[in-house]
Design a protein around this ligand. Structure first.
Ligand SMILES: [Zn+2]
Ligand SMILES: [Zn+2]
Length: 146
C-alpha cells in the first residue's frame, strides 16, 4: 500500500497495485502543464487507486484531437492524474505526488526531440524522439533491472 497527496494535503490517495510503466515525457504539453522541463507519469490500473480524502476536479483537455482529462486538487491545483478516452481503464498518475518517491524511476524518456537542452539524460535509459507504443513502455518496465 502506497500513499500520496497534493501539495496542500487536501487530497490524499492510496495506491495498491503493480504499475504498468513509468516514464518521463519531454513533450511541450508536459512542459507547459507542469511548468517544468518534463512530466513524470506512472501508468496504473484505475481500480488500484482510491481517493481517501478530499475531492478531485477534472479539466477536459484536447491533445491534438485526443480527449484527455486532468484530475487535480480543487484547492491547490496539483495534478494527481490524467486519464484519456482512448485508454479507458488506466490512468497516468503523477508519481511525484507519492509520499515516498524512492521506489520508482522512469524506464524511458519520451519526446526527447523537444527536451530542454540542459537536461541530462542517462544514456542507459531508452530515449524516444516521439511517442513510442504503450506496449514498448510496458515491456521496458517489466524488464527493468534485468
Ligand atoms: Zn491540494
Ligand atoms: Zn508529454
Amino acid at each position: 500500500m502506497k500513499t500520496g497527496s497534493c501539495e496542500c494535503k487536501s487530497v490524499h490517495y492510496q495506491y495498491d497495485g503493480e504499475p504498468l510503466t513509468c516514464y518521463a515525457c519531454h513533450c511541450t504539453d508536459c512542459q507547459t502543464s507542469s511548468g517544468s522541463a518534463f512530466g513524470l507519469s506512472m501508468i496504473v490500473n484505475e481500480v488500484d487507486i482510491r481517493i481517501t480524502k478530499g475531492t478531485l476536479i477534472t479539466n477536459n483537455l484536447d491533445y491534438d484531437g485526443v480527449k484527455v482529462q486532468r484530475h487535480h486538487c480543487e484547492k491547490c491545483g496539483s495534478s494527481i492524474w490524467f486519464s484519456a478516452d482512448i485508454y479507458p481503464d488506466i490512468i497516468a498518475l503523477k508519481p511525484g505526488t507519492f509520499d515516498d518517491t524512492s521506489w520508482f524511476k522512469p524506464v524511458a524518456h519520451l519526446w526527447t526531440r523537444s527536451a530542454q537542452s540542459w537536461v541530462y539524460l542517462d544514456p542507459d535509459v531508452p530515449q524516444f524522439k516521439q511517442q513510442p507504443e504503450m506496449s514498448e513502455l510496458i515491456s521496458l518496465w517489466k524488464n527493468r533491472g534485468k
